[in-house]
Design a protein around this ligand. Sequence first.
Ligand SMILES: [Cu+2]
Length: 68
Amino acid sequence: MNKTTIKVKGMSCNHCKMTVEKALKENKCVTEVSVDLEKGEAKVVYEDCLDSIDTLNKAVEDAGYKVV
Ligand SMILES: [Cu+2]
């Protein structure tokens, strides 16, 4: 089990929070996501099968938000 925190720019409401959480959870190696709107970050717990953190960053950006 591994953990990382992604800094996300552009999330402003609960809808954004849900969108980002959903985008990250679509990766089958991701087991847990919690987004903190105030801090603008997503805490992600993932298994060893994840190829790269970049995959997570890309999922966030594909959902329409910016990784900083
Ligand atoms: Cu929003």
